[in-house]
Design a protein around this ligand. Structure first.
Ligand code: HEM
Length: 137
């Protein structure tokens, strides 16, 4: 069956999460699907300063790749993530938080990861989204 490979005992835990879920391609699919949602979102779309969402898509992709143990291209280009600081110019309130996670949920589900991987990824995303809120209400 496609996608089913034998994994030798003892090798899996030596892989990063990034590798376990399929590497760059998986993160590109995730963030691409997420931005399809953002592009149609009346609250989130106006928050993005650039006309073209492509560069923002690339930044989030590279950040997540780095976070999960892949290449450090994000920091090579952008320096330390300092994500809360980088979100300070934007009003991240409860509604923005909920909309962000709504699009991310769709994107995560479409990856079709194992239950455990999906759970790990989703836990992180919900935690990170909560920590990005900078405006009450
Ligand atoms: C909670 C709701 C969130 C909202 C409304 C939001 C919104 C935004 C906006 C408007 C930008 C600017 C677009 C750009 O120029 O890249 C941005 C950038 C970014 N966001 Fe978020 N974000 C949220 C949560 C998160 C979370 C949870 C993460 C990480 C898991 C994240 C990671 C990033 C990254 C890596 C960038 C690019 C930073 C840079 O290098 O300049 N965001 N976000």
């Amino acid at each position: 069956m496609e996608g089913v490979k034998e994994i030798r005992r003892g090798t899996l835990q030596e892989q990063t999460f990034y590798e376990q879920v399929g590497g760059e391609e998986t993160f590109r699919r995730l963030v691409h699907r997420f931005y399809e949602g953002v592009a149609e979102d009346p609250l989130l779309r106006p928050m993005y300063p650039e006309e073209d969402l492509g560069p923002a898509e690339e930044r989030l992709t590279l950040f997540l790749i780095q976070y999960w143990g892949g290449p450090t291209t994000y920091s090579d280009n952008r320096g330390h993530p300092r994500l809360r600081m980088r979100h300070a110019p934007f009003t991240v309130d409860r509604a923005a938080h909920d909309a962000w996670l709504k699009h991310m949920r769709v994107a995560v589900e479409e990856l079709g990861l194992s239950e455990e991987h999906e759970h790990t990824l989703w836990n992180y995303l919900t935690y990170a989204a909560a920590s990005m809120v900078n405006t009450p209400g």
